[in-house]
Design a protein around this ligand. Structure first.
Ligand code: 4GX
Length: 239
């Protein structure tokens, strides 16, 4: 899988990509990331990438030319290749989209800065506008990293144990149950007995119940979409 990130701050992305699971995935050739500095496609002595908005107002807008030329410079790989703009106006990114994208061959991510990009870029070269959440960032870079990270970990081999990909929070539309490791007693708090019992069926039931409880208490909106078994519904009615 190939990721191309168009940004004015490639160093920001580079630092993230070197770490942990993503760093290893790149070193092992499981994913490929190319960083493209939009500034390299700016013209004139000042290499400006932004300008004042037509119609007035404060704030600056990214000029269409540099982004457009940067986009044209990207090698499009065979197969499914899509151009994504990170923007608060986009469709909200969620786990189901990450799964779809993990099947694609190339994701080209454009990171905007300032108050946005010239609308004509949107009409010309962009397949999808994505928002990572309802808050305002100083640029699309952190959003692009969110997308690269969430998609890359779904690619076979990127995570060590293949189970964790599927078992994670949201994969069944529920929040994760509470988890513990050693020591058994920490600041006066004990690990729940059931987890030390060795009774796998009891443990499974306890975890499921705690998942349902947390989801019910913290994110009841998720329950509407979750795939619930008859057992789940019984547990929920008791909660
Ligand atoms: N999820 N921002 C992008 C500038 C901008 C605005 C409009 C293109 C179009 C954000 C988010 C986000 C702030 C990144 C504004 N670029 N991106 N930037 N939330 O808040 O993705």
């Amino acid at each position: 899988m190939k990721f191309d990130v168009l940004t004015l701050f490639p160093e920001m992305i580079e630092a993230c990509l070197r770490q942990g699971v993503l760093g290893r995935a790149i070193n092992r050739g499981l994913i490929h990331v190319t960083l493209i500095n939009i500034r390299d496609f700016a013209r004139g002595a000042h290499k400006t990438t932004d300008d004042r908005p037509y119609g007035g107002g404060d704030g600056m807008i990214m000029k269409p030319g540099p982004i457009c030329r940067a986009l044209e410079s990207v090698d499009r790989v065979e197969g499914t290749s899509r151009v994504i703009l990170l923007s608060p106006q986009g469709k909200r990114f969620e786990q189901s989209m990450a799964w779809n994208m993990s099947q694609w061959d190339q994701l080209i991510l454009i990171c905007g800065r300032y108050d946005g990009v010239d609308e004509r870029i949107l009409l010309a070269g962009i397949d999808l506008e994505l928002s990572v959440g309802d808050y305002v960032l100083t640029g699309g870079e952190l959003g692009a990293m969110v997308v690269v990270d969430a998609v890359a970990r779904l690619i076979p081999g990127v995570l060590g144990g293949e189970r964790s990909r599927l078992e994670d929070s949201f994969e069944e539309g529920l929040l994760k149950y509470p988890q513990y490791t050693r020591p058994r007693r920490f600041q006066g708090m004990e690990v729940p007995d059931v987890l030390l019992s060795g009774d796998h069926e009891k443990i499974r039931l306890w975890r499921r119940k705690e998942s349902l409880r947390r989801t019910f208490e913290r994110r009841p909106d998720l329950l509407e979409q979750a795939e619930l078994t008859a057992e789940d519904k019984t547990i929920l009615s008791e909660l």
